[in-house]
Design a binder for this molecule. Structure first.
Ligand SMILES: NC(=O)c1ccc[n+]([C@@H]2O[C@H](COP(=O)([O-])OP(=O)(O)OC[C@H]3O[C@@H](n4cnc5c(N)ncnc54)[C@H](OP(=O)(O)O)[C@@H]3O)[C@@H](O)[C@H]2O)c1
Length: 230
């Protein structure tokens, strides 16, 4: 029987790559995002799967409704990959305290909400996988990344605590800590950088796919740096 994965932030650069890796491995894929819809090419590529837009994944009711739709369509949920998130660069002196609230909402609140909603679905399967996307900056914050790093450090701590909570349910919870990912947005913002050193979204997706596999059943509570050649 085919397994089902929910990919949050599924219309973004990494989300599409994660969805693609799971689809190619034979999973049923649900991409969930707050944008109304992804690029037309993504709609075509995932035509046999489920695309749910206009979902604020920081909101418990909206997330609950979306995940119930996935469960209803595919008959269960086996894995949750929390890719939804965002980034802002600003120093504390020149920045706005609202940025701390924004990044908390985008990165930590979405992950916590999605994990909480997914639990009933995963527990009813008797086993499951959760993979959260944190960031290398969660370990040591570079200049201008205080709010971002704090929110992603929260994702790491959520991962650890939830891994302990779910050990007896055979649900593993792990986090990925990417460095700079080779995305169109990063290329546009860092035109002079050596893109060849950046990790590809597809490379991160392969690590996530491994964590979702039976071979990774003994890995839980881990935060795994995936850096390319940074
Ligand atoms: N890009 C990097 O170099 C890098 C490095 C380390 C970690 N990461 C992390 O990796 C993940 C993916 O990055 P990416 O470059 O693929 O970003 P992306 O293209 O911006 O994709 C993230 C997606 O999440 C969505 N999202 C944010 N908040 C949401 C909410 N409340 N409800 C529903 N959807 C929401 C975004 O929608 P909007 O566009 O509307 O915000 C966007 O579609 C993020 O968690 C990011 O922090 C990225």
């Amino acid at each position: 029987m085919s397994r089902t994965v929910i990919v949050t932030g599924g219309f973004g650069s990494l989300g599409v790559a994660v969805g693609r890796a799971f689809a190619q491995a034979g999973w049923q894929v649900a991409l969930v995002d707050r944008a109304p819809q992804p690029q037309p090419a993504v709609c075509d590529e995932f035509s046999g799967h489920l695309l749910l837009g206009n979902v604020n994944l920081a909101d418990l009711t909206e997330t609950s409704n979306a995940f119930s739709q996935v469960d209803h369509r595919f008959g269960g949920v086996d894995a949750l990959i929390n890719v939804a998130g965002g980034f802002r660069w600003e120093t504390l002196d020149d920045g706005d305290l609202a940025t701390w609230d924004l990044l908390y909402q985008m990165n930590l609140r979405t992950a916590a909400t999605c994990c909480k909603v997914a639990l009933a679905h995963l527990k009813s399967r008797g086993a499951g996988r959760i993979v959260n996307i944190a960031a290398g900056a969660a370990i040591k914050a570079p200049l201008g990344m205080g709010a971002y790093a704090a929110s992603k450090a929260g994702v790491m701590r959520l991962t650890e605590a939830l891994a302990e909570e779910l050990k007896d349910h055979l649900i593993t919870v792990n986090a990925i800590l990417p460095s700079i990912i080779d995305t169109p947005q990063n290329r546009a913002e860092m035109v002079d950088a050596d893109f060849t050193r950046w990790v590809q979204p597809s490379q991160i997706a392969e690590v996530i796919l491994f964590l979702a596999s039976n071979a990774a059943s003994s890995i839980t509570g881990a935060s795994i740096p995936v850096n390319g050649r940074i």
